[in-house]
Write a new protein. Structure first.
Length: 300
C-alpha cells in the first residue's frame, strides 16, 4: 500500500505507539520502499555508468524487524530517479516474514520516522526543513522516546509550525542558516568536479569567495524556482530514507546533520551551474559523479 509518509501515523491514536507497533510483531518485519525504488524497478535494465559498473543500483538494509529498500545515488540512473522533478516522495509500507537477523533499534526507527514527518510538513521549503530538523534533533537528544514524540506533535500543530517559521526568519536575518554552511568548505563533494568539468566554471569563483557567498546561496533558495526547491527536497527525502537520519548514536546526530547540510549545499551549488529545467540528465549525472569522487577520496 502506497502512502504519503505523513499519513502513516494516522493509523494509530498515538505517534509513539505507531512507531513501536512497526517493531513489536514477532513473525513479521515492516518493509519500507521509497517511490524512487519503485520507479527504478520499472526500468530494470542495467546502467552502464561507472557508479554501478554494470550492477543494479538497488539496495536493501535488512534487520529481523525492518527492511528498508533504497538505491545508490552514485549511479547516474538512480540519481536521475531520486532527483526527478516528477517524484512524489512517498513510501510503500508492507510486511514480510522476519529473518534470523539482529533487530533495528526501536528508538532509531522512531527518530527516523519523526524526521520523515517533519519532511512531510516542510517539504516545499528545503531550508526551513533543515532548520526544523536541526532544532528537533538538538532538543530531542536528552529526551526519552515518549517526550520526543510529544515534542514533535507540538511542533506539527499550527501554532507550533508558525513559531518555527518565525524563529527561522529571525535566524536567517541575524546569522544565516544553516550555521554549518561555512564549515569545512573544502569537504563539499561538488568541489571535486569543479576543475575537471567546464560546465561548473561558475562555481570556481564561488569557491574562492567563502562563507558569505554560501550563506547568500542558502538565502537565494527561498526565492528559487519551484523546480530547484523540488529537487533539493527530493534529495533530502532520499537522505532521510537511505541514511536513517539522524542515525543511531545520539552523540552523532549533530555531526550527521552537518554532513547532510554539506551534501545538500553541494547539490544547491550544482543547481546554480546547471539548470534542472533544461538539462536534467547532466544535473543528475554530475551529482552522481560528485558522490563517486567523494567516495574515491575517502578511500584513497
Amino acid at each position: 500500500m502506497k502512502n504519503n509518509f505523513a499519513s502513516i501515523h494516522s493509523r494509530k491514536e498515538n505517534g509513539t505507539d505507531s512507531a513501536r507497533s512497526l517493531l513489536t510483531e514477532s513473525v513479521t518485519a515492516s518493509v519500507w520502499t521509497p517511490d524512487y525504488v519503485l520507479r527504478l524497478r520499472q526500468n530494470i535494465h542495467l546502467c552502464g555508468c561507472s557508479g554501478c559498473d554494470g550492477a543494479s543500483p538497488l539496495l536493501q538494509f535488512r534487520w529481523n524487524n525492518h527492511v528498508r529498500h533504497s538505491a545508490d545515488i552514485s549511479c547516474n540512473r538512480a540519481a536521475a530517479e531520486i532527483l526527478s522533478l516528477t517524484a512524489s516522495c512517498t513510501l510503500s509500507v508492507s510486511e514480510d516474514l522476519a529473518e534470523h537477523l539482529p533487530e533495528l533499534s526501536a528508538e532509531r526507527l522512531q527518530m527516523n520516522q519523526h524526521c520523515l514527518r517533519l519532511f512531510a510538513a516542510f517539504r516545499t521549503e528545503p531550508v526551513l526543513l533543515l532548520y526544523a530538523l536541526y532544532g528537533f534533533i538538538r532538543q530531542s537528544g536528552p529526551l526519552d522516546p515518549e517526550r520526543r514524540a510529544a515534542l514533535l506533535e507540538t511542533w506539527l500543530q499550527p501554532a507550533g509550525r508558525q513559531r518555527l517559521v518565525q524563529d527561522f526568519c529571525l535566524q536567517q536575518d541575524e546569522h544565516g542558516f544553516p550555521p554549518v554552511a561555512g564549515q569545512r568548505l573544502e569537504a563539499l563533494p561538488i568541489w571535486l568536479l569543479v576543475d575537471s568539468d567546464a560546465r561548473l566554471h561558475k562555481l570556481k569563483a564561488m569557491r574562492k569567495k567563502g562563507e558569505e557567498t554560501l550563506r547568500q546561496t542558502w538565502r537565494g533558495l527561498q526565492k528559487a524556482s519551484s523546480a530547484r526547491r523540488k529537487i533539493l527536497g527530493n534529495f533530502l527525502f532520499y537522505e532521510l530514507c537511505h541514511n536513517f537520519f539522524p542515525g543511531h548514536l545520539v552523540t552523532d546526530w549533530e555531526n550527521n546533520f552537518a554532513d547532510l547540510c554539506r551534501r545538500a549545499l553541494s547539490l544547491l551549488l550544482l543547481l546554480t551551474a546547471v539548470s534542472p529545467e533544461l538539462d536534467k540528465e547532466s544535473l543528475s549525472a554530475l551529482f552522481a559523479a560528485s558522490h563517486r569522487a567523494a567516495r574515491r577520496e575517502a578511500f584513497s
